[in-house]
Write a protein that binds this ligand. Sequence first.
Ligand SMILES: NC(=O)c1ccc[n+]([C@@H]2O[C@H](COP(=O)([O-])OP(=O)(O)OC[C@H]3O[C@@H](n4cnc5c(N)ncnc54)[C@H](OP(=O)(O)O)[C@@H]3O)[C@@H](O)[C@H]2O)c1
Length: 296
Amino acid sequence: MILLTGATGFIGSHVLRALSGKNLEIRCLSRKPVNSQSPNISYVTGDVLDYESLVKATEGVDTVYYFIHMMGSQKEQERFDVLDRIAVTNMTGACRANGVKRIIHLTGMGNAQEKLSHHLASRREVEEIIKNSGIDYTIFRASVIMGRGGAAFEILDTAVRKFPVIPVFNWGNTRVQPIYIGDVIRYLVECLNKEETINKSFDIGCSEIFSYKELMQQYAQELGLKRSFISIPGSWRWASAVLLGKLAPVSPEVVYWLIESLQNNMVCEQNDLKRIFGFEPVSFRESIRKINELNT
Ligand SMILES: NC(=O)c1ccc[n+]([C@@H]2O[C@H](COP(=O)([O-])OP(=O)(O)OC[C@H]3O[C@@H](n4cnc5c(N)ncnc54)[C@H](OP(=O)(O)O)[C@@H]3O)[C@@H](O)[C@H]2O)c1
């Protein structure tokens, strides 16, 4: 039995779709009651901040997909790192109590040598709690995930589509290695049967590295939009968050924390994913084409 957390979210909903065609028993954790339409998918009501609900949810479970973060709502903003710590501590505790064998987790990429943003430092802390839980794990770290509904993608898409002149603040030269959502989901689903991924963390990204300015330039080119860029000193974090929070389908608070993370380079460390999985992620331009074709 698999327990899928975050099933209503960007990543979890894609993973649910990919798993549902397989001969697997899947239980989804949801804060609100949901009726399942499929015989192999069930729902359990629970909250990662409520330990007892997780003990119930993990009964009879072998593998937990942990796709939770707490930046989502107004009341959670100020202390999202504290809440994320409590949540993952509850989950690992419940997994131990029920003998769960493995936790599969997706998190943010960040170079440990750099001073990490609040968001990435919190992501790293969650990763460490899972690694030190005594439960087997597989962890993937991604930067910008290219797909409809992904917060970082929606911010990029909105900035490029809405502004003929795009301001580039002090994050313009930070480097990033994006990845297409379809490739992320392949890693997350196919690792279930790959023993070599147990107790390992992997950075995942396409083969190209861009600055954020180049990322926007290439995105605009691929959409056929003529855009100019103007460099402006400073981070202008709140102003950007308020404006983009109005225009993009992402809350201003989430925009704010993601913009803070633009100070951190997100470049993959070497790994042997190609050997293990037998595929390489599609290029950045290919990911844009796929999103536009498939509306993913
Ligand atoms: N999106 C990206 O571009 C990206 C990039 C790199 C890494 N990641 C990682 O991917 C993972 C999933 O992110 P996402 O983009 O899928 O996030 P998301 O769309 O915001 O989904 C978050 C999920 O967490 C659930 N959740 C929040 N608080 C909860 C609580 N107290 N109890 C139970 N469930 C709760 C939400 O459920 P409700 O519907 O109940 O709110 C939702 O299903 C995160 O670890 C993130 O760091 C994402």
